[in-house]
Design a protein around this ligand. Structure first.
Ligand code: UDX
Length: 432
C-alpha cells in the first residue's frame, strides 16, 4: 500500500480537475485551487461544468478528500507537491502563453519544502527558465497525455508516466513517482528538457499521423481507392499501428492545434524551420474546407441551399468546441450562401454565440428536416442508429457527406442516400 500524500493542484480545467479527482480516488487528500470563484463554488457543490464521462461520479464519490479553494495559502498549507495545471493558450505570435504559469510560480515559496510539478504543456526550456529565477524551488516535469472524453480512464491507465527532474529536485521526482506507482510500471525518468519535449513531440507525431492519412485520403479520392481499407492494411504493420489513422475533417481540440503551432514556433525562435510540422498544420486547415466542394459536386451552387451539420464538438464525448472543424465548416458554408442547421447532443446550449446564424435544432432528425444535404462532423455514437429511411424522406435531397467515415454506408445507400465519405469512392443507389 503506497503512502498517502496531501496533493496540491493549481488550475482546475480539464487536466487539473481530472488530476485532482483521480488522486482523490487513489486515496490521497487533494487541495485544488482556481482563481474563478464561481467554478470553485460549483465544484464544492459537486457540480462539474465540463462534459467528461465518469468525472461527476468520481467527484461526488471522493468529495471528502477533495477541497476546492481560491486561496494559495490553503494549498501550500500541508502539501509538498503542487501540480501546475493552468492552461497555456497560444499568444498572437503562436508561442505558448506562459503568463498563468508565471503567476503560479511567482506565488510559490523557495522554502525547500514545496516543489512545483508541471503538468501544463510548456515549451522546452520552461523548466530551466523557472529554475533560473527560483533556483531553490524543486521542479518536476510530469506531462499529461489524457484525451478528452476518456480522461479518467487515460489518467488511471496511462501508457507511460514521464517524470523529468534535474539535480536538486530528486526528492520531489521520487515523491511524484510514488504517487503514480499504482497506475503504471512504464515510467520514463529523465531530465526536465527531455520530459517537456516528449509531450510536444508526442502530440506533434499524432497530429502528423492524422494529417498524413488525410493526405492519403485525398489521393485515394483521385485514384478510386478507399482510405479505410488502406488504413486497415497499414495499421496491421506493428511499426505503424492502427490508431490515429482515421481520415476525416482534420484535428481540433485544445491540444493538437495549439501544441503543433507552439512547437513550430519554438523551433522558429531558435532559427530552425520545422518544415514537416508546418505542412501538418496547413494540411489540417485545408482538410476542414474540402467539404464544400463535395457538396457542390452534387448540388451545384450552395447559395440558398440548406445544409444540416450533425455534431459540432471537436470530437465525441466532449462539449469542447476549441478549434472544432464545425466552426470553419459552418462559416465556409455560410460564405457560400448556404443556410446551416445543426444538432449536437451536448454543445447545443452554447453554440449560438460560437456559430452565429446557425439554426440549432433539438434533434438530428429536426436538423435534417428539409435539408439539401447533411454533413456528419462529429461521430457521436447516437448518429449511427438514426432512422435513415425516415431521414431520406424528410430531407429535400438525401445527400450525406460523412466527415468521419463513421456511418454505415450500406444502410444509407439502401435508404436512398447519395453517400460521400472522406477518401472513399462516392456511393449511391445507382453506383451500388
Ligand atoms: C490529445 C492527445 O491525444 C492527448 O494525448 C493530449 O494530452 C491532448 O491532446 P484530445 O485533444 O483530447 O487529446 O483528443 P484526441 O482524441 O487525441 O483527438 C484530437 C483530434 O484529432 C480530434 O479532433 C479527433 O477528431 C482527431 N482525430 C483523432 C482524427 O481526425 N483522426 C484520428 O485518427 C484520431
Amino acid at each position: 500500500m503506497s503512502e498517502k500524500e496531501t496533493v496540491g493542484v493549481v488550475g482546475v480545467g480539464w487536466v487539473g480537475l481530472v488530476t485532482a479527482v483521480c488522486f482523490a480516488e487513489l486515496g490521497h487528500k487533494v487541495v485544488a485551487l482556481d482563481i474563478i470563484e464561481e467554478k470553485v463554488s460549483a465544484l464544492r457543490r459537486g457540480e462539474v461544468t465540463i462534459h467528461e464521462p465518469e468525472l461527476p461520479k468520481l467527484l461526488r464519490k471522493n468529495a471528502e478528500r477533495l477541497e476546492f479553494t481560491t486561496s494559495m495559502d490553503e494549498v501550500l498549507d500541508g502539501t509538498r507537491l503542487l501540480f501546475c495545471c493552468v492552461d497555456t493558450p497560444p499568444t498572437y505570435s503562436g508561442d505558448a502563453d506562459l503568463s498563468r504559469v508565471r503567476a503560479v510560480v511567482d506565488r510559490l515559496p523557495e522554502d525547500g519544502h514545496h516543489a512545483l510539478v508541471m503538468k501544463s504543456t510548456v515549451p522546452s526550456g520552461t523548466g530551466a527558465a523557472i529554475r533560473r529565477d527560483k533556483p531553490d524551488l524543486p521542479y518536476v516535469s510530469c506531462p499529461e497525455f489524457l484525451k478528452e472524453g476518456s480522461a479518467i480512464d487515460d489518467f488511471m491507465h496511462p501508457d507511460r508516466v514521464v517524470i523529468g527532474a534535474d539535480e536538486g529536485s530528486e526528492w520531489a521526482a521520487d515523491a511524484v513517482a510514488r504517487l503514480y506507482a499504482p497506475l503504471s510500471d512504464a515510467t520514463v525518468r529523465t531530465d526536465v528538457a527531455s520530459a517537456e519535449m516528449i509531450k510536444l513531440a508526442s502530440n506533434a507525431f499524432l497530429a502528423t499521423k492524422i494529417s498524413f492519412i488525410n493526405e492519403i485520403a485525398n489521393v485515394c479520392e483521385e485514384v478510386g481507392a478507399d482510405v479505410t481499407e488502406v488504413a486497415r492494411g497499414m495499421g496491421m504493420d506493428d511499426r505503424i499501428g492502427p490508431k490515429f489513422l482515421n481520415a476525416g475533417l482534420g484535428f481540433g481540440g485544445s491540444c493538437f492545434p495549439k501544441d503543433t503551432q507552439a512547437l513550430k514556433m519554438l523551433a522558429g525562435n531558435i532559427g530552425y524551420h520545422f518544415q514537416l510540422l508546418s505542412s501538418v498544420i496547413e494540411v489540417n486547415e485545408l482538410q476542414k474546407r474540402r467539404v464544400t466542394s463535395k457538396l457542390s459536386k452534387h448540388l451545384g451552387s450552395l447559395d440558398g441551399k440548406r445544409v444540416a451539420l450533425l455534431g459540432l464538438a471537436f470530437k465525441p464525448d466532449t462539449d469542447d468546441m476549441r478549434e472544432a472543424s464545425s466552426l470553419v465548416l459552418a462559416a465556409r458554408l455560410q460564405g457560400e450562401g448556404a443556410e446551416v442547421t445543426a444538432f449536437d447532443p451536448v454543445v447545443a446550449a452554447r453554440a449560438g454565440e460560437l456559430l452565429p446564424g446557425v439554426q440549432m435544432r433539438p434533434s438530428a432528425m429536426e436538423a435534417l428536416d428539409g435539408a439539401d444535404a447533411a454533413v456528419l462532423v462529429t461521430e457521436w455514437p447516437e448518429f449511427a442508429d438514426l432512422d435513415w429511411s425516415e431521414a431520406a424522406t424528410r430531407m429535400k435531397t438525401p445527400l450525406m457527406v460523412d466527415g468521419r467515415n463513421f456511418l454505415d454506408d450500406d444502410a444509407l445507400v439502401a435508404a436512398g442516400f447519395a453517400y460521400e465519405g472522406i477518401g472513399r469512392p462516392p456511393r449511391s443507389a445507382n453506383s451500388g
